[in-house]
Design a protein around this ligand. Structure first.
Ligand SMILES: Nc1ncnc2c1ncn2[C@@H]1O[C@H](COP(=O)(O)OP(=O)(O)OP(=O)(O)O)[C@@H](O)[C@H]1O
Ligand SMILES: [Mg+2]
Length: 257
């Protein structure tokens, strides 16, 4: 075990067989057999070091995040920091492979954290050092920064609509958009994404950003958005998802002249 600073320390793979680390590897109900299999998967992924870092905690260990499907921790891959999503043993899906395919696909369009590698139980991807969109907007004082972040989010969502891939969870964008330390937004978690469902990324994200989300009021105050007009423009866009109709949305949100 190597201490980097108070509460941030790293371990190697063999430590993962023991408490409290096994609790992260096989959350929430570990068994030695499952842990041994998962350690082999990590060796195949070339992950040999894990670091306990992040704003969330499990069993007293710092982690990057926790959801219904995975525990996300900081790991090292080729000596570079990475984010490792570990499938929970009680997840309602038996593999992360579908999520890996979806992420790989959106990466082709510059969307999402870069996927480095994957196995049944792990997704190894670019580490986003930043915060959730809600935390970021709450601290924000600079209007231009807000505009460039919102433009990038909306452009990514328009691209997803264009390629017919519905993210599926953008109405809960507080959990699914991270802003990195260079103020770039990144959409995460493509496990419920679908190419079969009708793609409604723009409608969902606009609903979160301008109408319903906990930061909608602040965004509307800064940008002075006319919600009635935006509502009508979204209805038109929904019927006909063209670049022209998308540009009208950007204009109404005062994001483009
Ligand atoms: N690439 C990453 N870099 C940094 N942190 C990340 C990364 N991916 C995920 N996280 C953190 O981990 C959390 C959980 O990740 P994710 O949403 O993929 O898990 P999940 O189990 O599918 O969650 P949910 O149940 O909310 O759908 C995120 O909200 C985020 O805080
Ligand atoms: Mg998820």
């Amino acid at each position: 075990m190597a201490y980097l600073s108070k509460n941030i320390y790293s371990i190697t793979l063999k430590d993962l067989l023991f408490q409290p680390y096994i609790q992260i590897l096989c959350y929430p109900k570990p068994t030695i057999e499952e842990a041994e299999n998962r350690i082999k998967e990590l060796q195949n992924l070339n992950v040999f070091k894990i670091e306990f870092f992040g704003k969330k905690e499990v069993s007293g260990l710092k982690i990057l995040g926790k959801g219904c499907v995975g525990i996300v921790i900081k790991a090292y891959f080729n000596n570079k920091p990475a984010a490792l999503k570990i499938r929970r043993v009680d997840a309602n899906r038996d593999s992360l492979i579908y999520e890996a395919f979806m992420l790989k696909k959106v990466n082709e369009y510059g969307i999402g954290p870069k996927l480095y590698n994957y196995t049944k139980n792990f997704l190894l991807m670019e580490f986003i050092n930043g915060q959730s969109i809600v935390e970021w907007i709450k601290q924000l004082t600079n209007k231009e920064k807000l505009k460039s972040v919102l433009i990038k989010i909306l452009e990514d969502c328009f691209k997803l609509d264009e390629i017919g891939l519905d993210h599926g969870e953008l109405s809960r964008a507080n959990k699914h958009i991270l802003i990195n330390n260079s103020d770039t937004p990144i959409i995460i978690d493509f496990e419920t994404a679908s190419e079969k469902r009708y793609a409604s990324n723009i409608t969902k994200i606009c609903n979160f950003l301008f109408f319903k989300g906990e930061i909608a009021l602040k965004i509307n105050e800064v940008l002075n958005v006319s919600l009635n007009e935006l509502y009508n423009a979204l209805k038109i866009y929904k019927k006909n998802k063209t670049r022209e109709n998308f540009e009208k949305i950007l204009k109404l949100c005062n994001l483009k002249a």
